[in-house]
Design a protein around this ligand. Structure first.
Ligand code: GFB
Length: 337
């Protein structure tokens, strides 16, 4: 048997990193190299450098990032730009210095201009002003792409870049304020059911459109892209536009998403909209045709993905789950979606 491929998943305890680990564990001849934040602080250049110097890594997935929803981006802009710049700069540079064969950098659909033509093609990058609610985070992610492109051009590295649309799934952050909309609303409707609240408040107008991709579909896209020969990817990219989009193609109004989640919890109260809260960008649907032409397709519909994520959330809330089971809620084979 060949020597196993030593794969470092940076950020393996996060939603994306843990999905990657699940997917990589199904592959043969892969040796996972995982470090917690306590073992390896990716913001610390010296620690990252020493780790790569002694670890003989073959492949890197950068799933580590400071992330959050519209509220967190607004309240912690300094951390969002600084920590993301640090993590990606330290890891990308060390991966070049202690040569790895391949690296995958993950960005975000917020790298594109706020009013980019839809669906958004990769070529829209840097063609207009960014959405102000997440500009510092977006600038860091754009810098990450440009770091990869620059090392590829100057040093001939094989650093690949994938830009996912809004992600969700098991391992997400369900914080009441800092989370993204989908986990945030799961928590809010769950709390409303438990506390018999007559109404649930949704931030903004409910009109923005978002495309959601289940994190297990993202993990399959990452592995698919990394398994392809570089020459195949180069047929679809250029040295100055090396990133590829990945989305589900399934777009939904935030108001409709709220209704879907309310139905998943059998919540029959009123859904109200707090228009004093920001909407963020009106629409961001990615053009994922390049990933499709490389042979990747998503498999998890939004309905199915919400049901799975709700189950995951309830599994982490045993008391609440027992209470809902008492009402016949979680014994059903599938949630009503
Ligand atoms: O998921 P979200 O925070 O991220 O918000 P973005 C999406 C939409 O849902 C916005 C609305 O229009 C929010 O106003 N919304 C309604 C809520 N209720 C809630 C709620 O309870 N929580 C949250 N979070 N939103 C993010 C960026 O933008 O997109 C990140 O901030 C990242 O940096 C991510 O790029 C992909 O889609 O607006």
């Amino acid at each position: 048997m060949n020597k196993p491929e030593r794969v470092f998943v940076a950020g393996h305890r996060g939603m994306v990193g843990s999905a990657l680990v699940r997917a990589l564990r199904t592959q043969s001849n892969v040796e996972l190299v995982l470090r917690t934040r306590q073992q390896l602080d990716l913001c610390d250049n010296a620690q990252v450098e020493a780790f790569f110097a002694r670890s003989q890594i073959d492949t890197v997935f950068i799933a580590a990032a400071r992330v959050g929803g519209i509220y967190a981006n607004h309240h912690y802009p300094a951390e969002f730009i600084r920590q993301n710049l640090q993590i990606q700069t330290n890891v990308i540079h060390a991966a070049w210095k202690h040569p790895v064969s391949k690296l995958l950098f993950l960005g975000s659909s917020c790298i594109y201009p706020r009013l980019a033509p839809q669906p958004i093609s990769e070529a829209s990058l840097l063609t207009g002003p960014l959405e102000p609610t997440n500009e510092p985070y977006a600038v860091a992610k754009i810098a990450g792409i440009k770091l990869c492109e620059s090392y590829n051009r100057q040093y001939g590295t094989d650093f690949r870049c994938l830009m996912p649309t809004n992600l969700y799934g098991p391992g997400d952050n369900f914080h009441a304020e800092d989370s993204h909309v989908l986990p945030g609303l799961i928590r809010r409707f769950h709390d409303a059911v438990l506390q018999s609240q007559p109404r649930v408040v949704i931030w903004g107008s409910g009109d923005p459109l978002r495309e959601f991709l289940h994190v297990d579909d993202l993990a399959s896209a990452c592995l698919h892209l990394m398994a392809l020969p570089l020459e195949r990817i180069k047929q679809l990219t250029t040295p100055q536009c090396a990133h590829l989009n990945v989305g589900s193609g399934e777009e939904v109004r935030i108001g409709t998403l709220a209704t879907m989640i309310a139905e998943a919890f059998d919540y029959e109260g009123h859904i109200a909209f707090d228009t004093s809260q920001p909407d963020g960008t009106p629409r961001k649907l990615l053009d994922s045709s390049k990933m499709h032409s490389l042979g990747w397709r998503p498999t998890i519909t939004l309905q199915e993905g919400i049901a799975r994520t709700v189950q995951h959330y309830l599994a982490g809330h045993t008391t609440a789950a027992i209470e809902l089971a008492g009402r016949g809620f979680i014994e059903r084979p599938q949630l009503r979606l």
